[in-house]
Design a binder for this molecule. Structure first.
Ligand SMILES: [Zn+2]
Length: 158
């Protein structure tokens, strides 16, 4: 059974920085009316994602109420905006052989890259390896700059 409430409960809203960003998520989504496939709740919808060359394609069901920006040594250079989804809301549409895997330090996190274009579409997070951390910049029709940022401190993990 899917657990739509579980991710929400682990994220909450306390750490989401809304200041300085455009409007409120609720207003933006409701004004889009009818775009995409809606599931679970009023803000949950299906997004298509891909790398740059298109060899890696995937879909997620998500409510993009925030993106995560991590300050660990890897994320600081990668620069991705990440939103986590549970495995039942992630669908890989390409062959896994299109991807390379990068691991470092504890090797718990699994960072996947397109073998051809080098773009990072998703990873398994170290602090929640059962989830998928999606690079929101790879999703179609999403203005990543308009989503509230949640700053996380991977640099504090040893
Ligand atoms: Zn590619």
């Amino acid at each position: 059974m899917a657990q739509p409430g579980r991710l929400r409960s682990t994220v909450g809203t306390a750490g989401v920085a809304r200041g300085g960003l455009h409007g409120h998520a609720v207003d933006r989504w409701s004004s889009r009316g009818g775009e995409g496939a809606w599931t679970y709740g009023s803000h949950m919808r299906t997004y298509s994602g891909s790398c740059h060359c298109g060899r890696v394609r995937f879909e997620i069901d998500a409510e993009l109420d925030h993106v995560r920006v991590c300050d660990c040594s890897f994320c600081a250079k990668r620069g991705a905006l990440v939103h986590r989804v549970p495995p039942e809301r992630f669908r890989m549409l390409s062959e896994w052989s299109e991807l390379s895997l990068y691991e470092w330090n504890t090797k718990t996190a699994k960072h996947y890259f397109c073998k051809t274009c080098g773009v990072f579409p998703f990873h398994r997070p170290r602090t929640a390896p059962e989830l998928w951390g999606i690079n929101v910049r790879c999703l179609e029709g999403v203005d990543a700059s308009a989503i509230p940022i949640k700053y996380v401190h991977g640099s504090r993990l040893s």
